[in-house]
Design a protein around this ligand. Structure first.
Ligand code: CMC
Length: 431
C-alpha cells in the first residue's frame, strides 16, 4: 500500500484527517475512507457509486477514457480474435491462460456438469408458457442450491470450485431449457461431443425428431459474443453478486441475484431494448424524431445501446461487434439487413450531435450485439439470457476472488436519513 495520503479538512470544525491513498497496478488512485467515520463521525455520499472503488480486484481492468478493456491483463481485442470462450473462462477464474492440457481438463469438467437434475424439469414446467426466459433463469438458477447442496460449504475452496464449475456448465442448459419451454418444445439434453457454444446452439435449436448442426459461423459468432460479455469489473450485476455473497449466501443464490440485476434495460436488458427501439424507429427518416426524444429531458426515452458509466470513448466491445456485424451479415448474405443499416445511420447521426458529443455518449456493447443474435436466429427475449450465460463466468470469478479474500466483510452501506425526526405514537382515534 502507498504511504501517500490525502488531507480532508472539515471546514465546520477545522479538524483535519489524513486518509491513505491506495494505488492499483493500473488506474487512478483511491482515497481509503474506511476509517473516516470512526475517526471523524463523517459519512461519504456517492449515489450510484460514481467515485467509489468497492474492492480490490485482479480480474478485469477498464480505462474508460481510452476505451481499453483487459481481462487479467490481456486486451479484449486479442482474446476476441484468438481465444475460445472456455479458455477465457479459465483465464478469468484461475488468473492465467490455460496450457493445452489444463484447457482439455477444464473443458471435460464443464462438459461433465452440463446435465440438470431431472427434478428441475418439473420446476421449469411450473412456469407459464409465456414467462420471460429471464424470469425462468432467475428462478431456476436460484433453485440450484436446493439440488446441489453437497457443494455449498463456501469456506471450503474445493466446494467453491465445484459450485463454480456447476454454474458455468448448467446455466447454458437452463437458458436453452427456458427457451424450449417458452415455445412449447421438449428440453434438449446437452451433448458432450460438442464444444460449449455449439452445444448451447444445439440445446436451443435441435428437437427430438431433428438433428441440429450449428454452422461454424454461428458457433464462432456466439463464441465471440460470449467472450465480449464475460466480465466487466464492478458493474451493477457483479456488484450485486458481491453484495449478496458478502453475507455468506450460497453461490447459486448470489448468481440468481446477479441475473436479476442484469435484466434491467440500463444494464443487460439493453440488447433486447436496442432491437425494440430500432424496430420502433423503423426508417432512417424517423431517426431525427427519436434523437430529439432522447435529448428531451421531459421524455423518458433514451437511445438504448448508447452511453456507459465508465466508457467516455468508444466501447472497445462495440467496435469489435460493429466489424463482426459486417462479417456475419456478409457471410449470411444479409448485407442489406435493415436494422443494421438503421443502427449505423443512428450511430452516425448521434455521434455528430452536440448533445451526444458533450456528454461523451458512444455506442456500447449492446448496440450491435442484438443484431448479431438476431441474424443467428436467436429470439429477442433470449438476448439478455445469452448475456447472462456469458456473464456467469465473470460473476463466478468475482465470487471466487471475494470468497478467498481474508478482508471480506459484509457489504453494508450507510445513508443520509431524510425521514421524520423522533415523534410519539398517536392512538388511532387522535390521528
Ligand atoms: N440517451 C440519451 N441521453 C443519455 C443516454 C442515452 N442513452 N445515456 C446518458 N444520457 C445522458 C443523461 O440524460 C445525462 O444527461 P444530463 O447530464 O443532461 O442529465 C448524461 O447523459 C449522463 O447520463 P447518466 O444517466 O448520468 O449516466 P450513467 O453513467 O448514470 O448511466 C447508462 C449510464 C448506461 C445507464 C446510460 O448511459 C443509459 O441509460 N444508456 C442506455 C441503456 C444502455 O444502453 N445500457 C447498456 C449499458 S452497457 C452494457 C451493460 O452494462 O450491461
Amino acid at each position: 500500500m502507498s504511504t501517500e495520503t490525502v488531507t480532508v479538512i472539515n471546514n465546520l470544525t477545522g479538524e483535519r484527517y489524513e486518509l491513505p491513498l491506495r494505488q492499483g497496478t493500473l488506474g487512478p488512485p483511491a482515497v481509503d475512507i474506511s476509517s473516516l467515520y470512526q475517526e471523524s463521525g463523517l459519512l461519504t455520499y456517492d449515489p450510484g457509486f460514481m467515485s467509489t472503488a468497492s474492492c480490490h480486484s485482479s480480474i478485469t481492468y477498464i480505462d474508460g477514457e481510452q476505451g481499453i478493456l483487459l481481462y487479467r491483463g490481456y486486451p479484449i481485442e486479442q482474446l476476441a480474435a484468438k481465444a475460445s470462450f472456455l479458455e477465457v473462462a479459465y483465464l478469468l477464474i484461475y488468473g492465467e491462460l490455460p496450457t493445452a492440457s489444463e484447457l482439455a481438463d477444464f473443458e471435460q469438467v464443464i462438459r461433465r456438469h452440463t446435465m440438470l437434475n431431472e427434478n428441475l424439469k418439473s420446476f421449469l414446467n411450473g412456469f407459464h408458457y409465456d414467462a420471460h426466459p429471464m424470469a425462468i433463469l432467475v428462478g431456476v438458477v436460484g433453485s440450484l442450491s436446493a439440488f446441489y447442496h453437497d457443494s455449498l460449504r463456501i469456506n471450503d475452496p474445493r466446494h467453491r470450485e465445484i459450485s463454480a464449475h456447476r454454474l458455468i456448465a448448467k446455466v447454458p442448459t437452463i437458458a436453452a431449457a427456458a427457451y424450449k419451454h417458452s415455445i412449447g418444445e421438449p428440453i434438449i439434453y446437452p451433448r458432450n461431443d460438442l464444444r460449449y457454444c455449439a452445444n448451447l446452439l444445439h440445446m436451443m435449436f435441435a428437437t427430438p425428431c431433428e438433428e441440429y448442426r450449428p454452422s461454424l459461423l454461428a458457433e464462432r459468432a456466439l463464441n465471440l459474443l460470449l467472450i465480449l460479455h464475460a466480465d466487466h469489473e464492478q458493474n451493477a450485476s457483479t456488484s450485486t453478486v458481491r453484495l449478496a455473497a458478502s453475507s455468506g449466501a450460497n453461490p447459486f443464490a448470489c448468481i440468481a441475484a446477479g441475473i436479476a440485476s442484469l435484466w434491467g434495460p440500463a444494464h443487460g436488458g439493453a440488447n433486447e431494448a436496442v432491437i425494440a427501439m430500432l424496430t420502433e424507429i423503423g426508417r432512417v427518416e424517423n431517426i431525427p424524431k427519436y434523437i430529439a426524444k432522447a435529448k428531451d429531458k421531459d421524455d423518458p426515452f433514451r437511445l438504448m445501446g448508447f452511453g456507459h458509466r465508465v466508457y467516455k470513448n468508444y466501447d472497445p466491445r462495440a467496435k469489435i461487434l460493429r466489424e463482426v456485424c459486417h462479417q456475419v451479415l456478409g457471410e449470411l448474405a444479409d448485407t442489406n439487413n435493415p436494422l443494421f443499416e438503421l443502427a449505423m445511420r443512428l450511430e452516425e447521426i448521434a455521434l455528430s450531435d452536440d448533445y451526444f458529443i458533450e456528454r461523451r455518449l458512444y455506442p456500447n456493447v449492446d448496440f450491435y450485439s442484438g443484431i448479431i443474435y438476431q441474424a443467428l436466429g436467436i429470439p429477442r427475449n433470449m438476448f439478455t439470457v445469452m448475456f447472462a450465460v456469458a456473464r456467469t463466468v465473470g460473476w463466478v470469478a468475482h465470487w471466487l476472488e471475494m470468497m478467498s479474500d481474508p478482508n471480506n466483510r459484509i457489504g453494508r452501506p450507510r445513508q443520509i436519513y431524510r425521514g421524520p425526526v423522533k415523534r410519539d405514537y398517536l392512538p388511532i382515534s387522535q390521528r
